[in-house]
Write a protein that binds this ligand. Structure first.
Ligand SMILES: C[S@@+](CC[C@H](N)C(=O)[O-])C[C@H]1O[C@@H](n2cnc3c(N)ncnc32)[C@H](O)[C@@H]1O
Length: 355
């Protein structure tokens, strides 16, 4: 594939997505296809502090990281099982685990309270559609809730060709209703179909969340154990200035081929992570843990010792218990988030290097 083809090939909008099948739009402009937009909105005139709500993936194995990602990106907090209210507007498809979000129009502990709230504010819409999200999926009552809410909206419903879309969360803990935020672009998922896959590769959604939790757009992000290039690639798609290195020449070649396939201009170099001297804002890496990827007792300690002088922030995805080692090396652990996949336990460590 020619250079730049990734951007141009994916520059159209409204590609059908998963939510779209159940009724949501997926609009995104060509220019913002890749960069995660976290636009902080000012507090409204009414003084409401939390203008948005979001739902996120509630798979038990990844619940802790999904919650952390939703709270940090939305700049808010969990207000119900699987629901976060926050101050920031997020395109959910550009995150790892957030599923949908809306501008909050009304909420209520019961359906009657929600309906009262919508009636009070008076809502009219031209050709609208309501997308309902029952939490948990088995909670039921969503059809009744849709009918009750629709009865409060002045204007015609149009399920096929709506001009406005609303999100209605129906849960045992309460009801949330708002104007759906376009989901954004999830084309980064195509990296799962890279030409050179790697059995040791980090899961894309987890990496996506790790980048969002540890860095801001524009930050220099270095992965010194880049393997097939997952972290540099996703960092680039999220508007970070990415760089990757690996000690293995076959890994360097694999990452270069994968990135070139998607027209990603990130440089991949050859280096030993135990002697990292490239200065970045954040190291994000998934070091070897002896599973298909031989290592010895001094490899990871040697890497972590060297990262301290190369970046003020270090984020590590690993199956090892790093707690004693990083404490000894002077790191401050800001978060240690467990992530499971079947029987395989990993931890996402988000740390600050010693001053
Ligand atoms: C778990 S894999 C990383 C997978 C990568 N995150 C991906 O998604 O493809 C660990 C990588 O660390 C590399 N590695 C092992 N020892 C290293 C060292 N001392 N310096 C740099 N890289 C090393 C291996 O070659 C391997 O590619």
């Amino acid at each position: 594939m020619r250079q730049g083809a990734w951007r141009s090939r994916f520059s159209y909008s409204n590609r059908p997505g998963r939510m779209r099948r159940c009724g949501a739009s997926n609009g995104v402009s060509a220019t913002n296809s890749f960069v995660l937009k976290t636009v902080k909105l000012q507090t409204s005139a009414a003084g409401r502090m939390r203008p948005f709500f979001y739902i996120y993936d509630r798979n038990e194995d990844t619940l802790a990281v999904a919650e952390a990602e939703a709270c940090v990106l939305a700049d808010g907090e969990v207000v119900g099982h699987g629901v976060v209210e926050g101050k920031a507007r997020i395109a959910c498809a550009e995150t790892g685990f957030m599923r949908a979000g809306a501008e909050l129009l009304a909420r209520g502990r019961t359906l009657e309270k929600l309906v009262g709230c919508i009636r009070e504010r008076g809502l009219s819409a031209d050709r609208y559609r309501i997308v309902a999200e029952p939490i948990p999926r088995t909670v039921g009552g969503d059809h009744r809730a849709i009918r009750a809410v629709a009865a409060c909206i002045e204007g015609p419903a149009d399920l096929r060709n709506p001009t406005e879309e609303f999100l209605l969360v129906v849960s045992s803990g309460g009801f949330w209703f708002g104007r759906l935020i376009p989901k954004g672009c999830d084309r980064w998922r195509e990296f799962d179909r890279r030409p050179r896959p790697f059995c040791n590769a980090a899961p894309l959604r987890l990496v996506r969340a790790a980048i969002g939790l540890s860095t801001q757009p524009g930050d220099r992000v270095h992965d010194p154990c880049c393997g097939s290039g997952t972290i540099p690639f996703l960092a680039w798609t999220m508007g970070r200035r990415a760089y990757g290195t690996d000690r293995s020449w076959p890994a360097v070649a694999m990452a270069r081929e994968n990135l070139a396939h998607f027209g990603c201009p990130v440089t991949i170099g050859h280096a030993d992570a135990r002697a990292t001297d490239y200065q970045s804002d954040c190291i994000i890496t998934n070091p070897p843990y002896d599973l298909y990827c031989p290592t010895n007792e001094s490899t990871v300690p040697g890497m972590l010792a060297s990262f301290r002088s190369a970046a003020p922030r270090v984020t590590v995805i690993t199956a090892m218990d790093l707690a004693p080692l990083v404490t000894e090396l002077g790191y401050t652990v800001e978060r240690a988030i467990p992530v499971r996949r079947h029987d395989f336990e990993r931890t996402l460590y988000i740390m600050r290097s010693p001053e």
